[in-house]
Design a binder for this molecule. Structure first.
Ligand code: PMP
Length: 458
């Protein structure tokens, strides 16, 4: 691997197709080559140091460069690099991690089924939900209600459960049995004069309307990200989740919480379900369970579903070669140990979440910014053509990309979801990182404003 840095970009263009990418424009511009990372920073091949406001891809909660995680992986590779969990076999790292996850999960959840990606674990959830209802003698319960703008993954089933038109639109028909209702984002869906609380109830009742339209006897589950991440950090009002819980309880349907982004401290609790006070039957996790150092995901499953499995002398015909991979499990255990030892969860609640909210709040009066919002360590800024009416720019995504490129040039990463700028910093940020981010955001917003000044409402 002695290829000079300048050549990486060309070789990448020749041989590597990237996820969720316009390949023609990437080919024209070339990829940025990231060569190393440390603490809150990544470094590119041209020597730029970049503050990572996205924690990788919502993953790197403990920051980069943790030797302990490298040591945990190395030790486990030398001890037992791989063995499957199919042949009535198990191994210490998967047992220890499962015990730890049962300890930190809500009390009614005590079992884990592993995968290597969020998509895989959502596929596991979809199969298990339908299997559960078949075991219970209600096989007509197959429909899973989810929401517009939801992201649950890129496999065909998880992609269909998600509610993004641009994911559905090409290459496959949407898999049968999913219905999508409005998402609970006031900025997009709220009516003028409607309070946040009223809006939260209305958005939750859209689920009840759909249950009644489909027929409760046909509905298996409601699935939702506790905060819609990839959809643009869409944060539900406080009234939403309690009302969702009331509705799923009323009709006896399962609640699947997709915590692939929110799991492991992003909202200052192990799971965002604790933050919102809900009791899901299933929780999908991935990303930050290892802080992204190795791929690992899983589905946490409540006792009610496990009891149904145990009551039948039959197989659940589902699993992945790497379910419970020993090295990934060893790294996850060490990662959770670091989070506990450094008290990162209370740190989010007491320091980092208020600091992020304060920092973003400083830009709410900027002429480009229609709204700032945050919960825990995830936040968003809406870039709009007209602040008063919340009118967006023409060609959604164009201004977001202009802004994102200014951020990058100034040494900071915030992701553009169309014209919503989102961030999810690692949980370790201190005053110096918040101050650095604030400086760059101010400058990048002004530069973006100069680029699009002619399109802004007077
Ligand atoms: N669910 C959510 C909420 C996600 O944000 C993602 C990925 N961003 C996924 C599922 C899919 O995870 P993966 O990319 O690991 O398949």
């Amino acid at each position: 691997m002695n290829t000079p840095n300048a050549e990486w970009r060309d070789l990448d263009a020749l041989h590597h197709l990237h996820p969720f990418t316009n390949h023609a424009s990437l080919r024209a511009a070339g990829a940025r080559v990231i060569v190393k990372a440390d603490g809150p920073y990544i470094y590119d091949s041209e020597g730029h140091r970049i503050l990572d406001g996205m924690a990788g891809l919502w993953t790197t909660n403990v920051g980069y460069g943790r030797r302990e995680l490298a040591d945990a992986a190395r030790d486990q590779i030398l001890e037992l690099p791989f063995y499957n969990t199919f042949f009535k076999t198990t191994h210490p790292p998967v047992v220890a991690l499962s015990q730890k996850l049962a300890e930190i999960a809500p009390p009614h959840i005590n079992q884990v089924f592993y995968g290597s990606s969020g998509s895989e674990s959502n596929d596991t959830a979809i199969r298990l939900i339908r299997h559960y209802w078949a075991l219970k003698g209600e096989p007509s319960r197959r429909v899973i209600i989810s929401r517009k703008n939801a992201y649950h993954g890129s496999t065909i089933a998880a992609g269909s459960m998600g509610g993004m038109g641009h994911v559905h639109q090409h290459s496959y028909p949407v898999y049968e049995g999913f219905r999508h209702v409005m998402d609970p984002c006031w900025f997009d869906e709220g009516n003028d004069g409607e309070s946040l609380d009223e809006f939260g109830i209305r958005a939750a009742r859209a689920i009840e309307d759909e249950i009644l339209a489909v027929g409760p006897e046909n509905v298996a589950a409601f699935a939702g990200e506790l905060v819609q991440g990839a959809g643009g950090v869409k944060i539900a009002p406080n009234t939403y989740w309690p009302e969702v819980q009331r509705i799923v309880d009323k009709y006896g349907i399962l609640l699947l919480a997709d915590e692939v982004i929110t799991g492991f401290g992003r909202l200052g609790t192990w799971f965002a379900s604790d933050h919102y006070g809900i009791k899901p039957n299933l929780i999908t996790f991935a990303k930050a369970v290892t802080s992204g150092y190795l791929p690992l995901s899983g589905l946490l499953i409540d006792d009610r579903i496990v009891e149904a499995l145990l009551a039948h002398d039959d197989d659940f015909n589902h699993g992945y070669t790497f379910s419970g991979h020993p090295v990934a499990c060893a790294v996850a255990l060490k990662n959770l140990e670091i989070m506990e030892r450094e008290r990162l969860l209370p740190r989010v609640t007491d320091y980092a979440a208020p600091a992020l909210a304060r920092m973003l709040g400083k830009f709410k009066d900027h002429p480009l910014v229609g709204e700032v919002r945050s919960v825990g360590m995830m936040g968003a800024m809406e870039l709009v053509a007209d602040k008063k009416t919340r009118r967006r720019f023409e060609n959604p995504g164009r201004v977001g990309l202009i802004c994102r490129d200014h951020f990058f040039r100034e040494g900071f990463i915030m992701r553009a979801v169309f014209d919503t700028m989102v961030c999810a910093p690692p949980l370790i940020w201190a005053d110096s990182e918040f101050e650095e981010a604030e400086r760059v955001i101010g400058k990048a917003l002004d530069l973006t404003l100069a680029d699009v000044a002619g399109e802004i409402a007077a």
